[in-house]
Each structure stands twice: as structure tokens, then as C-alpha cells.
Design a protein around this ligand. Structure first.
Ligand code: RIB
Length: 290
């Protein structure tokens, strides 16, 4: 079976607690009731793209447990193809998430099954794909091999460098789009460097997300700033993954990078107005008025 968008990345159960503040080292803080919802950077990206109408498959690994079943149901409900989802003999990944009243989150991930995602799971799936998008809660060598195989097969490549990892210069040079937030860009370049320096690392273009301020699109012809609509954030969890999914869906649909990023900025803005990651992404109909 072929799919236009291939997402390579994690699938996690998100265990989310609202709290007035994050605990410091050695401290105990009481929060609200735990809400369990489907997450993981890969699964989130796939769901965001599928909700916008893209033909998407997720290459990921889950455990044979209730969280794996919850994720499979969420993916299918959003229209993501799950034929490339592997069930392995480790527990489904879990993300322990604290959300504070300003909508900001902090996340601790126990990767579990995600650690078993291997390169062979990806290569067979490339036939017929238009865009591959990967993120890094799965083994680095799997992502690097997926990017190399996709580039070799003429499939457009997008890497969401989240969480940061020491990707090789060869991988960076095989990218059509490097997608980072400001912290990840500073991790790559140093905090005072010009963001246009991202292109010197090898990708043909870079997109830097700026949270509530929107995003920058950086190409050899220059840098374009895309402002975000003003919204009241209640939960920023998964906004970057929603951006990645929307960007990739638009690219697979034939959009140029700048309009694709404009659409992705709006999707991310909507997502922060709603709790959770996957449940917060808009459908194409919901996005239309924005
Ligand atoms: O980017 C947000 C995601 O990061 C959450 O859904 C959580 O699972 C972690 O992977």
C-alpha cells in the first residue's frame, strides 16, 4: 500500500496533569486529575496531517497494551493509515506532562516501544510517497537511514529536530526542510547566531517556529516572517507537531514552502487554544475561517 505522507516517529500515551507550577528538584507539588490522551511527536504529526485531508501513514512502534490500543484508535479515527504500525514486546511509550496556567508544558518521556523502531520498518514504505517527515523520539539511526533512503528515492524530506539529537552533516544535507523551534535552532547554531546560518548546515530550506509570534521561512532567496493570529493559549502541548503535520500535508498537496508554513502557523495557533495534542488539531473545515 502506498501513502503520500510517511511520518516516522514516536507514539506515546500522554499522562497530563495541570499544576500551578512545576515541581523543583526535591519538591512535591499537588496538581489536578490525570488526563490520559494520545500523543507522541510522530503520532501527533500524522494525526494533524490526516485531519487536514492528507493521505498519511505512521511508521511507529507501540506495545501490546491498552495505551497502544488507545493510540491505534486515535490514529484510525483521524484517518491515519496504521498498516506500518508495529507492535513490539516493550510497553507503549509514555509522556509525563505538566501543564501550567500559562499553557506551557514540561515533558518527561519514557520511550519504551519507540526504542524498537528500526530502519527496516521504513525503507519498504517509501514507494509512492511524496514527503517523509521524521522526528526524534525514536532511534537516531532509524531517522538517519529513513532520511537517506527517502532522499535517494526522490521523496521530499522534512526533519523536525525535536527533541534535539546529534544528526550527522550527511543527514542535514539530505533534507529539503529542517524544522526547528528557537531553542533547537540555538542548540544547533549557538544562541547569538543568525538563523539564516541553518542553511549552511546543509538543508535546502529551514523553518523556525517562534511560538506565539509565528514562524520564519528561510531559503537561499531570503527569510520570510509569518505572523501568528493572536490566541489565548490553554495548552501548547503538541503545537510543534501540529505545525509539522500541517506543513507536510500542504507540501504533499503541492504547496510551496511559504504558503505551507502560513497554513501550519494557523494550525498551531488553533491547537494551543484546546487541551491535549491530537485532540487539539483542527480539521480542514475548522481551519477554513482562520
Ligand atoms: O510534542 C508533544 C509530544 O511530546 C507529546 O504528545 C508527548 O507525547 C511528547 O512526545
Amino acid at each position: 500500500m502506498t501513502h503520500e505522507v510517511l511520518v516516522v516517529g514516536s507514539a506515546n500515551a500522554d499522562l497530563v496533569v495541570q499544576a500551578d507550577r512545576r515541581p523543583a528538584a526535591g519538591e512535591t507539588v499537588l496538581g489536578g486529575d490525570t488526563v490520559i490522551s494520545p500523543g507522541g511527536k510522530g503520532a501527533n504529526t500524522a494525526v494533524a496531517a490526516a485531519k487536514l485531508g492528507a493521505d498519511v501513514a505512521l511508521v511507529a512502534a507501540i506495545g501490546d497494551d491498552p495505551y497502544g490500543a488507545m493510540l491505534t484508535e486515535s490514529l484510525r479515527g483521524a484517518g491515519v493509515h496504521t498498516d506500518l504500525l508495529r507492535t513490539v514486546s516493550r510497553p507503549t511509550g509514555i509522556a509525563y506532562i505538566t501543564v501550567t496556567p500559562d499553557g506551557e508544558n514540561s515533558i518527561l518521556v519514557s520511550p519504551g516501544a519507540n526504542g524498537e523502531l528500526g530502519p527496516a520498518h521504513v525503507v519498504d514504505a517509501l514507494t509512492g510517497a511524496k514527503v517523509l517527515v521524521a522526528s526524534l523520539e525514536v532511534p537516531l539511526h532509524t531517522v538517519e537511514s529513513a532520511v537517506a533512503a527517502a532522499a535517494g528515492a526522490g521523496v521530499r524530506t522534512v526533519l523536525n529536530l525535536s527533541p534535539t539529537a546529534k544528526v550527522s552533516s550527511r543527514t542535514l544535507a539530505a533534507l529539503d526542510v529542517l524544522l526547528v523551534n528557537e531553542h533547537e535552532a540555538a542548540w544547533l547554531l549557538g544562541s547569538d547566531a543568525e538563523l539564516a546560518g541553518l542553511l549552511e548546515l546543509g538543508p535546502r530550506a529551514a523553518v523556525v517556529t517562534l511560538g506565539a509570534r509565528g514562524a520564519l521561512v528561510i531559503t537561499p532567496s531570503g527569510t520570510t516572517e509569518i505572523a501568528s493570529p493572536e490566541v489565548q493559549a490553554v495548552d501548547t502541548t503538541g503545537a510543534g507537531d501540529g505545525f509539522a503535520g500541517a506543513l507536510t500535508a500542504a507540501l504533499a498537496g503541492g504547496a510551496e514552502l511559504e504558503p505551507a508554513a502560513r497554513r501550519a502557523v494557523r494550525v498551531a495557533a488553533i491547537s494551543v487554544t484546546r487541551p491535549g495534542a491530537q485532540p487539539s488539531y483542527p480539521s480542514a473545515d475548522e481551519l477554513a475561517p482562520w
